[in-house]
Design a protein. Structure first.
Ligand code: AKG
Length: 288
């Protein structure tokens, strides 16, 4: 019977699990939700199939992880202001896609989102997969000396490369999404480079190629090279999983301890997703 207890089936040895035994269109008890949250703590991204739910149900489920996150720059849906639509039509001329680079959502915010909840409304028969990387494993597999070095560093994050006015031309390539870039994106936010998971106590690297723009105390060039090295390690194939979408599939990820990448390999096909986010806390470092 759905929603009595869940089955958690890891999809790789590093990150991700399929969850069976859940029907989100029906009531999900607090007990089962606790099991779902525990699976998220352990696997960082969890996948569900055949979940035919409404926008309001999606928003309500996301709120069980926390209050809605603040969504800057991207227009939300008129039907439900907690949802953004990620859509690429078959006839779009460009091959640029939303989320088509490794990142964690809005890491440049003071309190970046905790959970991202993505549901597929319509997907191509093949192509348009999403990749995920485990930032806890990335930290734990650093060479000892480097791990000690990063422990108390501060990373600098900004939305400049995606949402500042100079990038409006890029966002306008998303013909069927409304993204409004502003100078607010240029604000630089300080975050611990290593953050501590509030439930498991494990440490994760908090860095990504899009929004990490420097390291406190390093020159711009030095910081850029250091960040590049960390990302190269974190995004190694062995530290990732890949999710193949079907209609009504759901992925729920802990945005604080993962990165993700939307693959851009479905030109000429339509892909339509609904995304909701639950608010997170200001990243807590080791010394806190
Ligand atoms: O469409 C996807 O698979 C992921 C989109 C994405 O990167 C995001 O929602 O941040």
């Amino acid at each position: 019977m759905a929603n009595d207890s869940i089955r958690v089936l890891p999809v790789t040895g590093t990150i991700g699990a399929d969850i069976e035994g859940v029907d989100f269109s029906q009531d999900v008890s607090d007990e089962v939700f606790t099991q779902i949250r525990a699976a998220l703590v352990e696997h960082l991204v969890i996948f569900f199939r055949d979940q035919d739910i409404s926008l309001d149900q999606q928003a309500a489920l996301t709120r069980r992880f926390g209050p809605p996150a603040n969504i800057p720059f991207i227009e939300t849906m008129s039907e439900n202001s907690e949802v953004i639509e990620i859509v690429k039509e078959a006839d779009e001329k460009t091959r640029f896609v939303f989320g088509g680079a490794w990142h964690s959502d809005f890491s440049f915010q003071k309190e970046p989102p905790y959970v991202t909840f993505l549901r597929a409304k319509e997907v191509p028969a093949f192509g348009g997969d999403t990749l995920y990387a485990n930032m806890i494993n990335a930290y734990e597999t650093l060479p000892d000396a480097l791990r000690d070095k990063v422990d108390n560093m501060v990373g600098l994050h900004s939305g400049d490369r995606a949402y500042s006015p100079k990038m409006q031309g890029l966002q306008d390539l998303l013909e069927n999404m409304q993204v409004n870039n502003t100078e607010e994106a240029q604000v630089v936010q300080r975050h611990p480079l290593v953050r501590v998971h509030p439930e498991s106590g494990r440490r994760g690297l908090f860095v990504n190629p899009v929004y990490s723009v420097g390291i406190e105390g390093m020159s711009a060039e030095e910081g850029e090279a250091f960040i590049e090295g960390l990302n190269k390690h974190a995004l190694h194939e062995a530290n990732t999983c890949r999710f193949r979408w079907r209609q009504n599939s759901i992925a729920i990820w802990d945005n604080r301890f993962t990165q993700h990448y939307a693959l851009n390999d479905y030109a000429g096909k339509r892909r339509h997703m609904y995304r909701t986010t639950a608010a997170g806390e200001a990243p807590v470092g080791i010394g806190a």
